[in-house]
Design a protein around this ligand. Structure first.
Ligand code: ASP
Length: 319
């Protein structure tokens, strides 16, 4: 079988996961193992506040995790959404793919599956996450969340937050947000993974694009792998990840397909701070990042690199 040089692509907060996973890919790991490993490293990082442990809470102060994984060789996929009380959502997503006949299991069902499969329960809510949750009450001039009447929270949701906004404004580049990884392994197989605590301050049970195959994640060895970050509702409405793949299937290059996908998103955002970021990787090892706002970055790494490289995404700014 023809051997291919491994390549990884990720959202810009994927650096440490990518470093370890590329090492594994060089040693012969599968793309599927690489994207799971990389995701778990970011999920376990307590400094990463919108993925896994210490993720951003929903409006009730609870951390709910979403994740999905897809195997480009078989088109098998697994996902979980709105999971509380367990970390490593990406591994649970993989177990949905490999140990059940289903693709997506949510909430109580996913927590039940985690328990049945022997995953260790772990409270994902940290003091730091609660502090960030409280900050939102203070910013809005509301009583502290701990003491607030949370029986009717829908009215608080005029603008759920993506942590990236704040950090960009503070001028930092090592931003946080959903993390995603795409990998091409030595055998020419592609895989994709996305994991997140979703938008901070979201309504309980709100599910974003990350665990939705076709919206935030899609992978097919014949055409490529794609994953999204940003305001998940936009990628859900435009079917972003799968659209990009279909555009390539119909003959467009990765660059053309990415721009076409951005055109599909044009006009869907209704508030400042709503944007969509996309990364793509082809079976030939070509990679790219796209965004609806200028200045957003992504990471890539090939076998020739010693460390992940930060690159600017191609932007098609909304009119
Ligand atoms: N896409 C994620 C969501 O909507 C958020 C993010 O990318 O940070 O849940």
């Amino acid at each position: 079988m023809k051997r291919v040089a491994p390549v990884m692509v990720a959202s810009e907060n994927g650096r440490y996961g990518m470093l370890r996973a590329m090492e594994a890919l060089r040693a012969g790991a599968t793309a599927l193992d690489a994207v799971e490993l990389a995701s778990r490293i970011i999920e376990d990082d307590p400094e990463e506040h919108s993925v896994g442990y210490s993720g951003l809470p929903n409006v009730l102060g609870e951390v709910e995790l979403d994740a999905s994984i897809m195997d480009g060789k078989t088109l098998r996929a697994g996902a979980v959404a709105a999971v509380q009380g367990y970390g490593r959502a990406i591994t649970l997503a993989r177990r949905v793919m490999e140990e059940t006949p289903h693709v997506l299991i949510v909430g109580r069902g996913a927590e039940r599956l985690a328990a049945e499969l022997g995953e260790a329960p772990q409270n994902q809510v940290t003091g730091e996450a609660l502090r960030r949750w409280e900050e939102r009450f203070a910013e809005r001039g509301l009583a502290s969340g701990q003491n607030a009447d949370l029986r009717n929270v829908a009215g608080l949701l005029t603008r759920p937050i993506n942590l990236q906004d704040k950090i960009y404004k503070a001028g930092r580049v090592d931003t946080q947000g959903t993390v995603n990884f795409l990998a091409l392994d030595l055998h020419g197989n592609l895989a994709s993974a996305v994991t997140t605590s979703g938008l901070g301050w979201k309504y309980p049970g709100r599910v974003g694009d990350s665990p939705l195959i076709g919206a935030g994640n899609y992978c097919d060895n014949r055409y490529g792998a794609v994953a999204c970050t940003g305001m998940g509702e936009l990628a859900i409405r435009a079917g972003t990840a799968r659209s990009l793949i279909v555009y390539m299937k119909l003959g467009m290059s990765l660059q053309e397909a990415g721009l076409e996908t951005l055109r599909d998103l044009d006009g869907l955002a209704t508030q400042e701070g709503q944007y969509m970021n996309i990364v793509g990787l082809t079976p030939e090892g070509e990679y790219a990042g796209f965004t609806t706002v200028p200045g957003k970055l992504y990471l890539y790494m090939t076998a020739a690199h010693e460390a992940p490289v930060l690159a600017e995404r191609t932007a098609l700014v909304a009119k």
